[in-house]
Every structure is written in structure tokens, then in C-alpha cells.
Design a protein around this ligand. Structure first.
Ligand code: SF4
Length: 495
């Protein structure tokens, strides 16, 4: 609480703030509140293997855990989503399911259903049909590989998008599947609506091809080792890859991507992993290479003592930093309070740096999660000034064909049509011959349901994406003229 200066003889008064910080102790919710886990011991719970074996993968398994505490209508809603809309299959480690409705011990019928339906973690990990928008379930420009990561594969699994950095997708599975996964084109099992792309090379050949490419391209200094989630690679394979990566002296940053640090912290607490990470971290530090872990936490309820213990184990092993790259989503974390609560729990209680929040990408069936750029800008402004500067996350728009841009970096924004325009200062690996790559303006699109009526009408009247593109250019010209008019009237007013 912030204390105001008291006048003589008066008690200090609290200054009312838009966000009120209070330190909160992390809590591991009691898993025995779930009927199916009533007899699960602490020893079982802390076993990575038990967690993996007892993942919830379908409606029947969810029913075994939660039973008739959930109304049948919830199971039907879930089944309908899996059949008709889900771009990711269901895969929930008990650790993650246990962070939904964390305090509910009420056995009254109906209360679990209502609480789970409203739960922010459920909303993105266990999507149901009634969550999705029926007017605009997908944006007309939504795409399976919305960031063109596959188009930019230099070799299978290696996306070369930025001049000095690459993304190495070593595998296409994770210990948990997130409904909004931006890599839904590749990651996870096929669903009734999405037939997934498949990696075709054997893992050993893919890794060799990636390492060969990095040896041949000394300008690449930074490798995000990802997937999928590296927690699904057998440790000896991951360590072997990292060792060969560290043999390349031009590699100076290595970032390991694992949501499992939160979704399955038991994995990162295993002796084999902690000891192995110690060896890799020692070698990296000896060579002056920055070795970090990047995780993916979207809500404060996910930050439990087990997650803090996993982060501590990795830092003790010698990893330089554990950073969070969350995703900004409607109904999950799209308020200043939700973002700040999460950031303070990570920064203050778990030693995880709140690094980025990405706007949810333009993948199919994601409009109910996506926010507008305007809302993201407002949120960025609202969270400034509370956290230490270095721990204040940047909210990021990952603009197709551009890359990560801070949400205030756009060059133009037509709020009526929900089209923002962005520029960039480097070529991706597929634009070597493109003379306009550095002068072109690249569009990004807000969810249509967030637009004013006139903007929604404009989109409703569009007949095809091609037409939208053409009219989008007209819209850009219109928006440019408006900005010029505004600039000149401001100049006149100032003169
Ligand atoms: S952990 Fe990451 S890669 Fe895996 S499903 Fe979730 S968002 Fe996708």
C-alpha cells in the first residue's frame, strides 16, 4: 500500500491506485478435491511419470477425474468443440488441471460447472464450443502457419526469420497442448478439423541438418531451441544436441522453450534433468554463452510452489535466466490486474522474468481469444510503472512477415477497419531478392467483433480475401490522408 504524506497531526492516508499490489504466497491447490484424485499421494503427484501417465486426453478421462461434479452440458460442450473447432487435441497434465478452480471445495451440484466455465486457465487449455464466436470464429486472413514459420524453414524445422536469430523446432509434441497454439499447423496430433503437417526427417538427421546450417551461417548467433516443447525430448538427446550446438563458437545465445516448466514442473525437477542441465550450463557459462529457459505462463493461478521450485532448480543448475513469454488472450489475462498479478507472482515469488506477452496470433478459430492492437496498447500503458523496469513485460504483436513488434511501434492504424500497418528493418530469409521488403507496409488485423459498426459492416460486405486486400489498400490510403490532415491541422494550431 502506498502511504500519502500526512499533514501535521493527521494519520498517513493510503493513495488510491488503479492497481493495488499485495504480496501473495504461492499455493499448490489441493488435488484431492477432484474425486478422481482423492487418494493420490504427494509422492505420486511429484512424479513426472505419474503426471504424464495421468494426463487428461479426452472427455472420458476428464469425467474420471471430475465425475458428476460437472454438469453433462459441460462435457457435451467440450465434445462439440473437439469435433468441430479445436485446432489442438486435448492434453492436460494433472498439474495444469489442478490450477483450474483452485479453491473450489463446494460439492453443491452446478457450482463446479459454473466455476470451470469461467476459469481463465480452462478457457485456453480446455476450450468448449460455447466459448467460440459464431459471427466471426476466424478472421478472413487467419492462417494455419500465420507467421510463415514453415515458409521460412532453411532446413526442416529451422525457421530463419531474423538476421541473427533462428528457431529450431526439434520436435512437434508437448507435454500439454494449448488451445491457442500458434504452431497449430505442426504441433500435436491431428484433430477432426486440422490435419497436421508432419516432420519427415528422422530426428537425428533433422538435428544434423540444423547444426550444419548453423555452422555454415556464422551470422546466426542466437538459437531458440523449441518445438513443441523440449521437455518431450529424452534428456540425453537434448543434451547431445546442446553440446553440439555449443561446439559452434559463433552461437552466443541459447534459449530453451518449455511451457512444461509450468505445465509439468515435475519434469524439470528430476535428478537426471537437473544434473544434466548443470553440465550444459557450466559449459555454456565457461564459453560465455547465455543459456536461458523461456516458458509460457498466462495466468497467476498457474504460478504454484512446484513451478517456483522448477525455476529455482534450473537457476541453481546455472541457467542464466528463466523468462516468461505469455500470450495475451481475452477472458484469460486481458486486464491490467490479471497481467500485474501474474507478473508480480513470477517476478517476486518464482524468479521468472516477465519478459513478453504476445498478442494471440491470427490462427483459425481464435477470434474469441484475440485482442485488438488498441486494447493491447491500453494494457501496455496500464501496466507501466508498477514492476521494476527490467521486469516490465513488453506486449508484442507478431506481425506476419515482419516479426515481433512492440504494440506501440505501428506506423498507421485504421481503427474503424481494425487494420494496423507495420514496417521492418531487416529481410527475412525468403526476401533476399525482394526490393520492397524494407519499404513495404505490412498489415495486421484486429478481431472484427471489436470494431465499430461501420468497420464490421465493411468486413461483412467483403466477398473474398483478394477483395479485402484491394480494399485494404484503399483503406490504408484513406487512413494516411486522415493522419496527414490531422498532422497539418496540429501544425497550423501550433503556428
Ligand atoms: S506448449 Fe507451446 S508449442 Fe506446445 S501447444 Fe502450447 S503453445 Fe503450442
Amino acid at each position: 500500500m502506498v502511504i500519502g504524506r500526512a499533514h501535521d497531526g493527521e494519520q498517513p492516508t493510503a493513495i488510491e491506485q488503479p492497481y493495488q499490489y499485495r504480496r501473495r504466497t504461492l499455493v499448490e491447490p489441493d488435488w484431492t478435491r477432484f474425486p478422481g484424485w482423492a487418494d493420490v499421494t504427494a509422492e505420486q503427484w511429484s512424479s513426472a511419470q505419474w503426471q504424464r501417465v495421468n494426463c487428461v486426453k479426452n472427455v472420458g478421462q476428464l469425467r474420471e477425474v471430475v465425475g458428476d461434479r460437472l454438469h453433462e452440458s459441460f462435457y457435451e460442450d467440450l465434445a462439440a468443440d473437439m469435433a468441430n473447432s479445436a485446432t489442438m487435441s486435448m492434453l492436460l497434465p494433472p498439474q495444469m488441471l489442478n490450477t483450474m478452480v483452485p479453491e473450489l471445495d463446494d460439492t453443491a451440484p452446478g457450482s463446479w460447472t459454473d466455476a470451470l466455465a469461467a476459469d481463465p486457465i480452462r478457457r485456453y487449455m480446455l476450450p468448449v464450443a460455447s466459448d467460440r464466436r459464431t459471427d466471426w470464429p476466424s478472421h478472413p486472413f487467419a492462417a494455419r502457419d500465420s507467421l510463415h514459420e514453415h515458409d521460412m524453414w532453411a532446413v526442416e524445422g529451422l525457421t530463419h526469420r531474423y538476421p541473427t536469430k533462428v528457431l529450431a523446432e526439434l520436435l512437434s509434441t508437448c507435454p500439454q497442448y494449448c488451445g491457442h497454439c500458434t504452431r497449430m499447423d505442426l504441433v500435436g496430433n491431428s484433430t477432426p478439423t486440422v490435419d497436421k503437417r508432419r516432420l519427415s526427417l528422422k530426428p537425428v538427421d533433422r538435428q544434423s541438418a540444423i547444426l550444419d546450417y548453423l555452422r555454415e551461417h556464422p551470422g546466426v548467433r542466437d538459437v531458440v531451441v523449441s518445438g513443441g516443447d523440449v521437455a518431450n525430448l529424452p534428456w540425453k538427446h537434448l543434451e547431445s544436441f546442446l553440446d553440439r550446438l555449443l561446439d559452434i563458437e559463433t552461437i552466443r545465445d541459447v534459449r530453451l522453450a518449455t511451457k512444461a516448466l509450468m505445465g509439468l514442473p515435475q519434469h524439470w525437477l528430476q535428478d537426471e534433468i537437473v544434473e544434466g542441465m548443470g553440465r550444459v550450463a557450466k559449459r555454456a557459462a565457461g564459453q560465455g554463452v547465455n543459456l536461458a529457459i523461456h516458458t509460457h505462463i498466462n495466468h497467476v493461478n498457474s504460478v504454484t510452489p512446484a513451478v517456483a521450485a522448477a525455476a529455482a532448480a534450473m537457476l541453481d543448475a546455472g541457467v542464466r535466466d528463466v523468462r516468461n513469454q505469455g500470450v495475451l488472450m481475452r477472458g484469460v489475462n486481458d486486464t491490467p490486474e490479471a497481467l500485474l498479478d501474474l507478473c508480480f507472482a513470477m517476478q517476486g515469488e518464482a524468479n521468472i522474468l516477465p519478459y513478453y506477452f504476445y498478442m494471440c496470433d491470427m490462427i483459425p478459430n481464435a477470434e474469441h481469444w484475440r485482442t485488438s492492437v488498441a486494447q493491447a496498447q491500453d494494457l501496455q500503458t496500464a501496466i507501466m510503472g508498477y514492476l521494476p523496469g527490467y521486469a516490465t513485460p513488453r506486449i508484442i504483436c507478431d506481425v506476419p512477415m515482419v516479426g515481433k513488434r512492440w504494440v506501440h511501434q505501428l506506423s498507421e492504424y485504421d481503427r474503424e477497419l481494425g487494420i494496423s500497418y507495420w514496417t521492418k528493418n531487416y529481410r527475412t530469409s525468403i526476401e533476399a531478392e525482394d526490393p520492397d521488403a524494407l519499404t513495404r507496409r505490412y498489415p495486421f488485423y484486429d478481431p472484427i467483433d471489436t470494431l465499430p459498426k461501420a468497420g464490421q459492416e465493411w468486413w461483412r460486405n467483403m466477398k473474398s480475401p483478394e477483395r479485402v486486400r484491394a480494399d485494404g489498400d484503399e483503406a490504408a490510403a484513406r487512413s494516411r490522408e486522415a493522419s496527414e490532415r490531422q498532422a497539418s491541422s496540429s501544425a497550423d494550431a501550433g503556428a
